[in-house]
Design a protein around this ligand. Structure first.
Ligand code: SF4
Length: 86
């Protein structure tokens, strides 16, 4: 059973115009932008096929970022790194 009200992806991606509730702070085990462990363990995902969409491939520059670099990233930098690479 997945308790969506405690979902890390919800709080770090979907919750746009609100702050993360204090009771959830420190509960994310280092996850900063989603989690998706449920996707890794979901038995239905054994039917999934690898994609070939460049926009879903990791941005090489950020793969080795430290927690400090993520915490200090500006919104402009985030937009630059997450911009479409088509
Ligand atoms: S595993 Fe991660 S993404 Fe999936 S429901 Fe739990 S917190 Fe959310």
């Amino acid at each position: 059973m997945v308790d969506g009200s405690r979902c890390i992806s919800y709080f770090t991606i979907e919750l746009k115009d609100q702050l993360i509730p204090d009771k959830m702070k420190g509960q994310f085990e280092g996850w900063m932008f989603g989690c998706d462990i449920c996707q890794d363990v979901c038995p239905w995902n054994r039917f999934s096929k690898p994609h070939n969409d460049i926009d879903f491939t990791p941005v090489p520059e950020v793969l080795n970022f430290s927690t400090k670099q993520w915490e200090e990233m500006t919104e402009e930098e985030f937009k630059r790194y997450s911009a479409s690479r088509r």
